[in-house]
Ligand binder design. Structure first.
Ligand code: HEC
Length: 168
């Protein structure tokens, strides 16, 4: 009993940390000193909105896992939403839309310098969110919590390399 609740606490604490690391709380003013290169392409807002929705869905997952009796149907639905949105990431980064192009974005030039790695990071989120959806259907809270953390690792793994962190 004690072990179980201690474990639950650890999972919740670790999740909270993971969430903080990949939440949208970075300052929104990501554009550096580069000159504005004309009107921002609509894809910049599209991908921003897509990531905001991904962030909200992940928050909802975490919120459920803090409850004694999580709604696993909701977790599965949110995981599926993240999965569908993760598949769009690849198409949201046409050339000329990085921080170096003067737009208000946190998309680092590394995305275009290392396209294979970026693609792999996006695929990782597709895979981890799919696993989360599958596990949620089983209703094992510890397993679902562990997989939510693994999915959070996919967020952080990509952000560390490819997203501007202007808090540094
Ligand atoms: C394949 C890389 C990648 C993965 C995986 C990824 N992100 Fe991001 N994320 C980015 C990039 C790049 C940006 C900056 C986009 C921009 O500013 O145009 C971003 C921005 C965001 C934002 C801020 C919205 C914005 O556009 O300013 C949030 C919130 C966010 N991500 C949450 C998440 C969460 C939660 C996960 C995991 C469930 C996740 N991301 C997974 C690359 C990724």
């Amino acid at each position: 009993m004690l072990r179980t609740s201690a474990h639950r606490f650890l999972v919740a604490a670790a999740l909270a940390g993971t969430l903080a690391a990949c939440s949208g709380e970075a300052a929104s003013d990501g554009a550096e000193a580069a000159k504005p290169a004309g009107e921002a392409p609509p894809v910049i807002k599209e991908r921003h909105d897509n990531f905001e929705e991904i962030g909200d869905a992940f928050k909802a997952v975490r919120g459920e896992l803090e409850k004694d009796a999580p709604d696993f149907t909701l977790i599965a639905a949110k995981a599926n939403d993240i999965n569908a949105r993760a598949m769009k990431i690849e198409t949201h980064f046409p050339a000329g839309t990085s921080t170096a192009d003067g737009f208000k974005t946190e998309a680092l030039p590394a995305i275009w310098e290392k396209p294979e790695e970026f693609k792999a990071a996006a695929t990782k989120l597709v895979d981890e969110s799919a696993k989360l959806a599958t596990l949620a259907a089983g209703g094992d809270k510890a397993a679902v919590g562990a997989q939510a953390m693994a999915m959070g690792g996919a967020c952080k793994g990509c952000h560390d390399q490819f997203r501007l962190d202007d808090k540094k």
